[in-house]
Design a protein around this ligand. Sequence first.
Ligand SMILES: CC(C)(COP(=O)(O)OP(=O)(O)OC[C@H]1O[C@@H](n2cnc3c(N)ncnc32)[C@H](O)[C@@H]1OP(=O)(O)O)[C@@H](O)C(=O)NCCC(=O)NCCS
Length: 138
Amino acid sequence: MPVIRRGEARDLAQVADIQAASAEAARWDVAGYLAYDFRVALCGPRVAGFLVSRTIAGEECEVLNLAVAPEFRRQGVARGLLKALLATVQGVVFLEVRESNTGAREFYKSVGFQEVNTRKGYYEAPPEAAIVMKFHSC
Ligand SMILES: CC(C)(COP(=O)(O)OP(=O)(O)OC[C@H]1O[C@@H](n2cnc3c(N)ncnc32)[C@H](O)[C@@H]1OP(=O)(O)O)[C@@H](O)C(=O)NCCC(=O)NCCS
């Protein structure tokens, strides 16, 4: 099982490598993640995955980015990251995912998210619809 902790500046090089290896993930300047809720999953000394989120309103949270290094996928790393976030949320968690990203859509459904809306033309390069997914924490 991965160890989940807050992401730090010393993690950013490995996070950038994971992001570069994950074409479906959002591509942002990783230094900016330090300003958000930023979690990393450690497998031994390696950063195996990361999750970036933010609180929008008091009881509403948004997942901004999530990716796991290809060699660590299907080992529960993303589930561990998302469960760590969900354990802190009292309310609703939203995210958008590319319509074609069926792997991520199945992943989010496996942890309790529901597909609630489609936003046509949401993404650029390449243009694509976003599926809006929502999780209710009680
Ligand atoms: C989506 C992603 C984060 C999943 O990470 P992961 O660590 O492999 O996921 P987990 O091992 O925690 O998976 C938990 C469950 O989710 C489901 N799941 C995960 N990946 C899946 C896939 N590619 N296809 C179908 N179901 C999947 C399965 O039910 C899985 O349980 P199982 O392995 O026992 O069958 C990873 O594939 C990734 O980094 N993709 C590229 C970046 C990306 O798409 N990010 C999302 C942007 S919104």
